[in-house]
Design a protein around this ligand. Structure first.
Ligand SMILES: [Zn+2]
Length: 283
């Protein structure tokens, strides 16, 4: 699942590439991913619309477009396998949801092999407020915007294991399973520690690890994306960034102990030696 660094890098890159461009052709192929409109309404509304701006709300992208007196807001939640990509040929990937041709020649597609993602398109007239996906109302603040004091204060409202809290979008938005492993490794804290076990110093460490891992990863992806112009290169980016996630059995980059893997609902990787084991006999 793309997380804050990937989504933010894509937002920035697409904003530079597509701002003020007009959609001159649009096709929807797997319209079940489009949650609030029929395929034909989706196409009719976006046809000849001009892309003005792209924003990010947690891990969701918001495309703001104008068409005469209409404002259009398209939201993309990539889910697990959704990807935006450029398409140079007429042959589209199997599970392509939409394909948009822009006036200056580029074709943007969105494909989603498991069709777990979601797209919404809302419309308003004459600058009236536009609708938005309901789930956004439950989102906490963006992890890159929140202060250390607010982060620590907010943490008190959430119970359970720290990794579960970090990936809960109601706590903060932007972090998913993969970057949470990297953050916990950076902070040298066990991902299954309960929030109530953490000292004030450890909470600060987690906050600074979030900022460091996410901003450094974002910078690296910005660089790789501008070099290759390849939007759907998540696997490659992550291979160059991750030190612990999906590296089970490989030596820890700090102590060389083999990296552990726990598979519950999702994979968690961590180093038993570096990440403070407290009194845990079962891992
Ligand atoms: Zn280690």
């Amino acid at each position: 699942m793309p997380e804050l660094p990937e989504i933010e890098a894509i937002r920035k890159y697409l904003s530079l590439t597509l701002s003020n461009q007009v959609i001159i052709d649009i096709k929807t192929l797997k319209h079940t991913v489009i949650r609030n409109l029929s395929a034909s309404d989706f196409e009719d509304l976006l046809y000849l619309a001009t892309l003005k701006q792209i924003e990010r709300i947690g891990k969701i992208l918001r495309f703001i477009l104008h068409k005469r007196e209409l404002t259009l807001n398209m939201y993309i939640d990539h889910g697990l396998t959704g990807r935006l990509a450029w398409s140079a040929s007429k042959k589209l990937p199997k599970k392509t949801v939409f394909s948009m041709v822009f006036k200056e020649g580029k074709t943007l597609i969105y494909h989603d092999s498991r069709l777990h993602g979601a797209i919404w398109l809302f419309v308003s007239k004459n600058n009236e407020p536009c609708g938005y996906p309901e789930k956004i109302d439950s989102f906490g603040p963006d992890i890159l915007q929140i202060s250390k004091e607010a982060f620590i204060k907010r943490l008190k409202r959430f119970n359970g294991e720290i990794k579960g809290i970090l990936t809960n979008q109601k706590f903060v938005t932007g972090i998913g399973n993969a970057y949470a492993d990297e953050i916990m490794f950076e902070a040298k804290i066990h991902p299954f520690d309960k929030r109530t076990q953490l000292t004030e110093e450890e909470k600060s460490k987690i906050y600074f690890a979030c900022k460091k891992i996410l901003t450094n990863s974002l910078e690296k992806i910005n660089h790789m994306l501008s070099e290759t112009q390849k939007l759907n290169n998540q696997k490659y980016w992550r291979q160059h960034i991750f030190r612990i996630h999906l590296r089970g059995k490989q030596p820890c980059p700090i102590c060389s102990n083999p990296i552990s893997t726990i598979k519950a609902k999702r994979f968690t990787n961590f180093c038993r030696k570096c990440q403070n084991p407290r009194n845990r006999s079962f891992f």
